[in-house]
Design a protein around this ligand. Structure first.
Ligand SMILES: Nc1nc2c(ncn2[C@@H]2O[C@H](COP(=O)(O)OP(=O)(O)OP(=O)(O)O)[C@@H](O)[C@H]2O)c(=O)[nH]1
Ligand SMILES: [Mg+2]
Length: 452
């Protein structure tokens, strides 16, 4: 059939529109800033501090475009994706500054769009749009699930739950499991109970500080908008790794396609934000890709700056393999010890005849050290200790790092006090800037060249 006149007009309009988008995008590009890390890594704090610094004009000497005055203004704009809630920047900021508390752990994905009006070095006025996504770090635990079958996942979860130290946390769930037979008729109540007990067990593992990176799905712990939905009403059953479930059976119900489908969609969405690789002109314009990766140790304010070099060395050692993989894709890599919201100050504190490089901060109410419990109002000085000169020492042999999971609370290494966000003095502009460590350097690396 010959195209009608209106089709041709429509076609032309669409083409023109595409070209316009192309031109728009070329001169005023959009970057997506993916912030990723396990739960408690500092993603939400980082994003909040970054937005505050850009919109309010933070103290960012190393972030050239801002320091040299080429950024006219940065403001929040409606985000492009209607299906995703907006990142609650205002509440997070209020919590940090007014209440001097850290934001709550994130329970669902959210997104924010930031528009930066700036002047290029050659004088031309331009706009850079930055889209930022925040999500619960626990969801990351689910990435390996994407290429596992229900049988494989159930098998592995069961083996882990029967090992020390998890076995006693799993008792209730395992007792219930013993009453179920995978071939039995499907039974929603039994599955709900299994899912609830399994979730309680996962939560106990997390709270008891056992290595949780082995415990997907994290989506059970941070269900977001899937809370008590059928998508999360499943649990591991004692099934063979590659068996098939009889129709209508409990096993079929648990491994039903709908159960994992939504998890998969959410994860694929996150992964899309983080696709890595060299780009062609077309893919630069139409597909997200990663050309820069910053590996950050996020709470550098827990150490005196004299130790920051060592902290960076430890981080570099820890991410060696990830860096090698990322480098192969052509992305630029940087490793940095930063603090998005600096909660401490530094001082030399006399101990005996020595002067020790110490940090001062207000411990969160309820934190304890040397038998003392803090009330949340008192500032204390602590000497955080030295990291080893050779980072290898933390990874091998006798002195290997025990972390929080491998030892009891008082025996684990480098157990830091958690401090409240800093008390801020309003400056001349009224709204105080947030103190930080190298957040400007991080920004310069991540988006500096987009503002040339
Ligand atoms: N001292 C200090 N503590 C920080 C800093 N950033 C984060 N924290 C601490 O780390 C905790 C976790 O930070 P969040 O930003 O909520 O972590 P997250 O990665 O968003 O965690 P989820 O939402 O659970 O995925 C906070 O509650 C603070 O205790 C920082 O710059 N300095
Ligand atoms: Mg968070």
């Amino acid at each position: 059939m010959a195209p009608s006149f209106s089709d041709i007009v429509e076609e032309t309009r669409l083409t023109a529109r595409a070209l316009l988008d192309y031109g728009e995008h070329f001169f005023n590009p959009t970057v997506r800033l993916g912030v990723t890390g396990l739960s408690r890594a500092g993603k939400t704090v980082f994003i909040t501090a970054l937005i505050h610094g850009l919109t309010r004009g933070g103290r960012f000497p190393m972030f050239e475009a801002l320091a040299s005055g080429r950024i006219a203004r940065a403001h929040l704009a409606p985000q492009p994706d209607d299906a995703v809630p907006r990142f609650d920047y205002e509440t997070h900021l209020h919590t940090l500054i007014e209440e001097r508390r850290w934001p709550n752990s994130t329970v669902d994905i959210s997104e924010l769009r930031l528009v930066v009006d700036y002047q290029r070095r050659n004088g031309a006025d331009r706009t850079l749009t930055i889209d930022i996504v925040d999500y619960p770090g626990e969801w990351l635990l689910d990435l390996p699930l994407l290429n596992k079958s229900y049988g494989q996942w159930a098998r592995k979860s069961l083996i882990l739950s029967r090992e020390k130290p998890r076995a006693h946390l799993a008792e209730q769930w395992l007792a219930h499991l013993a009453t179920l037979s995978p071939e039995e008729r499907e039974d929603e109540q039994a599955t709900r109970t299994a899912a609830r007990l399994f979730t309680e067990y996962l939560r106990a593992c997390r709270d008891e500080r056992f290595a949780m990176s082995l415990l997907p799905p994290g989506r059970f712990l941070m269900p977001g908008n899937l809370a008590s939905s059928p998508a999360l009403t499943f649990a591991p059953l004692d099934v063979p790794e590659d068996g098939t479930a009889p129709e209508g059976s409990l096993a079929a119900f648990n491994s039903g396609p709908e159960a994992l489908h939504d998890l998969e969609a959410a994860l694929a969405g996150i992964l899309d934000c983080f696709r890595i690789g060299r780009s062609t002109i077309i893919s630069t314009l139409f597909r997200p890709r990663i050309d820069r990766i910053l590996f950050a140790a996020t709470k550098a304010d827990h150490l005196h700056h004299l130790s920051h070099d060592r902290l960076e060395a430890v981080l570099r050692r820890a991410v060696t393999r990830a860096v090698a993989r990322a480098e192969a894709t052509g992305a630029d890599i940087e490793v940095a010890a930063i603090s998005a919201v600096r909660a401490t100050r530094e001082a030399m504190v006399a101990r005996g005849r020595d002067k020790l490089p110490s940090i001062l901060g207000t411990p969160i109410p309820g934190e304890t050290a040397d038998g003392e419990t803090f009330d949340g109002n008192t500032e204390v000085a602590t000497f955080p200790g030295d990291l080893p000169a050779d980072p290898e020492a933390l990874f091998k042999g006798e002195d290997a790092f025990k972390g929080l999971s491998g030892a009891t609370a008082d025996k684990s290494d480098f157990r830091f006090l958690r401090f409240r966000p800093p008390l801020l003095e309003p400056d001349s502009s009224g709204e105080p800037a947030l103190p930080h460590i190298r957040l400007d350097k991080a920004l310069q690396f991540l988006i500096g060249d987009r503002l040339q």
